[in-house]
Design a protein around this ligand. Sequence first.
Ligand code: SF4
Ligand code: SF4
Length: 304
Amino acid sequence: MLASHTQGTVFNIQKFSLHDGPGIRTIVFLKGCYLSCKWCSNPESQKFKPSVFFEKEKCIGCGKCAASCPQQAISLETRSRIDHQKCVGCGTCTEICPTGALTLSGKTMTVKEVLDEVCKDEVHYRRSNGGLTLSGGEPLAQPDFVEALLKEAKSRGLHTAMETTGIASNEVLNRIIPLLDVVLLDIKTFYRNQHEKYTGLPNDVVLANALTISKLAKQVSVRVPLIPNFNSDEQSIKAIAMFATHMDNVARLHLLPYHNFGQSKYNLLGVDYYCDGFKTPPNKEVDRYKKIVESVGIECVIGG
Ligand code: SF4
Ligand code: SF4
């Protein structure tokens, strides 16, 4: 198969982003992640297959969706309507629903299809030194697609960045990290148990891979989501900042204050939102954390 025909599962292509790398960027969001962070603002990204959103207000109760589902994954009696364990993301119900109450998030695209879309904004990338950012989900979880995508992006002259948890085999890191101009690497906490409790996995691989990635990368931006009751305290931030001093090629550390922008998606998936009621850390507190990072000699930026 030609590399440009390599397929992956994409759930969003977001244009004109001013975060997630330098300049004006297009962000390609890929499905599938190894973690399930409780504050995740893209909960539909966590499963590898397409996900179905259900808008209760649009439903007229006709039952066509349940009758059409080949997996018997739909019940008119339940809040979420969809049993996401049984659903295989075939999209049949979303096509048959007469009111648009069901929509599918995620579709198969080729490298060529993605890059033809991304390159429509090439003029803006040139003017702003922007480019393409891969996000997710975890892009490294679709390594063949991402490798082909990045190679083709480079052959088209695009600046490349990737947001990642860093979870992948060494073989995958060696193939993909050198194709990136910037790696935006999430480090959520230095503490193993805390990481496991809030993301579903301990952080041994994340920390070990952070060191490997920083050696392979041209430039790394460490990104720390500031989550109340999880890592939004001086000791946690200092531990991450100290860890970052042992990494190579770190340009800066970003503090990303918690927001609840993804909450409505939990409703559409019929899933409880763990962080309901969490507040964005006040500016004064975030400024204090910034000073802690700077005190170990690392440039610190608040926001993406
Ligand atoms: S996407 Fe397919 S499997 Fe999933 S609920 Fe709809 S019809 Fe059933
Ligand atoms: S097909 Fe659409 S409108 Fe009919 S019951 Fe299913 S979700 Fe509701």
